[in-house]
Structures are given as C-alpha cells and as structure tokens.
Design a binder for this molecule. Structure first.
Ligand SMILES: Nc1ncnc2c1ncn2[C@@H]1O[C@H](COP(=O)(O)OP(=O)(O)OP(=O)(O)O)[C@@H](O)[C@H]1O
Length: 267
C-alpha cells in the first residue's frame, strides 16, 4: 500500500511542539469513581515541518491531547511549549487567559470536523477573521492568494451554505493558514467528507507542511487519512502507545487492531 506522507522538505528541524509529562483528568477532585484520567503523563516532541497523525480507540484521549496541546484546554500538570515557548504550565505561573488567547492567535491554527465557519460571513470574511481578532493588518492580496491556493479563488464572496463540505473545509484550512501559524491542529478534518474531498483536504495539509514549513497535528480515526502523515502517534488509555513512521494504510490498520496488546513502544 502506498505511503502518502513523504519525508518533509526541511532537514534541520527546530522543535515546534513539546509536551512534557502532561496529565489531564476529568470529574470531581475527591478521587471518586467518576474521575477519568484522559491524559496520563504524556511526553512528546514534534519537529517543525512535520505532519503527525494521532490515533487510538474512542476515549483514548486524542481530543484532550489536541486541546491541551493547542491551548484550548489547560492540563492539570506538565508543560506545553510551542516554538520553545511555554504555553501553559501546571503548578508554575500559568499564563493569563488573555495572554493564552493572544499566544494561540499568533502561533496555532485550527481545523475542526464541522468546519466552524460563521454562516453570515463570506468566504473571504471567514478567512480573515483570525487576523481581525488578533488586530492584525489584513493584506487583501495575500488573503486572495491563500484562498486561491486552496482552490477557492473564485468563491471569495460566497457564503458557507453555498459551498460543499469539502469547499467549506478548504475555507477552514485557508483560515488556519492565513495567520502563518507554527502549528496547525486538525480534529478529524476529513470526518464529514467524501473520499475525494478528504483527499483534497489531506493534500492541502501536506502542502502546508512541505511548501510552507508548518507543523500539522491531526486527530483521525481513518487509516487512509493517517497515511498522509509522516508519523502516526498511537494513544491508548491516555498514554502514548507507540508510533509508526512513513505509515501505510495497512500498517496503521494493523497496529490499530492490536492496540492494547503488548506492543513494544516506539517501534
Ligand atoms: N469534558 C469532559 N468531562 C468529563 N470527561 C471527559 C470530558 N472530555 C473528555 N472526557 C473523558 O476523557 C476521556 C478521553 O476523552 P477524549 O475525548 O479525549 O477521547 P478521544 O480519544 O478523542 O475519543 P473519541 O475518539 O471518541 O472522540 C474519555 O474517557 C472521556 O469520556
């Protein structure tokens, strides 16, 4: 089976994302039975210019990992750093909400399964929203270029309900790219798409990595989607459970089927 993710263009990698001993639990603090450990001591380092897929069974902590890594949620303990700069700390001095929001707006981009576009805004207005929210200058030509790059140069004035699912997700990718973030987090970006639209979206994420040097972290259930990544990180019960480099669809499916068996770590 063909591997869609090729070696990234850049060879000398800085570290784009680092998690050190990150833990996160939900439920009451009294140690009661309803307490769930969603992330259990996660340490992970992702070089800049790489495409990583995160996979694991339902409830294994994928979304929690993405949200903590992206600064949408705070870990209970541990450190998250983007571009070597600490985003949120456990016991140490945590950034204020406002500072965290500013940090997110400049360093990270998001792509969600359900696109999260504002229905009353046009394609162009949705795309520039992160720049406006960050109080940054809007370079109209650049916005048009980003939208042209995702194949929507002729749709600038359309509203989301005039677009297909695949086109909406491409707007979401343009919106994630427009701020030139270091890391783009994608949560099941192809979950609602047909095969062809999914492929277009995955290729755009690959291009963001190869052509623009971004770092992409994508949660997915789909071995085909994961095969576009350079590396797959597996999660089981809130812990890292090995990785696959240059993943093929078959190898990913095989590994997923055996998650929870005693697989050697880091193979
Ligand atoms: N807000 C919350 N309150 C309580 N428990 C939560 C909350 N969010 C997640 N959990 C629990 O934490 C664990 C990890 O959830 P998470 O959503 O990260 O898993 P996931 O791997 O993304 O699952 P899925 O593939 O089903 O989306 C699960 O046991 C879940 O029930």
């Amino acid at each position: 089976m063909r591997h869609h993710g090729r070696t990234p263009r850049h060879t000398a990698h800085a570290e784009a994302l680092r998690l050190v001993r990150v833990t996160k639990s939900y439920g009451t603090d009294d140690g009661g039975a309803d307490r769930v450990t969603a992330l259990d001591d996660i340490t992970l380092s992702l070089p800049a210019g790489t495409f990583t897929a995160v996979m694991g069974p339902s409830g294994s902590g994928k979304s929690t990992l993405l949200h903590c890594a992206a600064g949408l949620d705070r870990p209970d303990s541990g450190v998250v750093a983007v571009d070597g700069e600490e985003m949120s700390g456990g016991p140490g001095p945590a950034r204020s909400e406002a500072a965290l929001t500013r940090f997110r707006r400049t360093r990270v981009g998001f792509v969600f399964q359900q696109y999260n576009l504002l229905p009353t805004l046009t394609v162009a207005q949705n795309t520039i929203l992160p720049l406006k929210l960050a109080g940054r200058r809007v370079d109209r030509q650049r916005v048009e270029r980003v939208l042209t790059d995702v194949g929507l140069g002729d749709r600038l004035g359309h509203r989301p309900d005039q677009l297909s699912g695949g086109q909406r997700q491409r707007v979401a990718i343009a919106r994630a790219l427009v701020t030139e973030p270091s890391v783009i987090f994608a949560d099941e970006p192809t979950g609602a798409l047909d095969t062809r639209s999914a492929r277009d979206v995955l290729r755009l994420l690959q291009e963001a990595v190869r052509l623009h040097g971004r770092t992409v972290v994508m949660v997915t259930h789909d071995p085909v989607a994961a095969s576009y990544a350079d590396t797959v990180q597996f999660l089981a019960d809130g812990r890292l459970a090995g990785q696959l480099t240059a993943p093929t669809v078959d190898a990913v499916a095989e590994r997923l089927a055996h998650l929870g068996d005693n697989i050697p770590m880091g193979v």
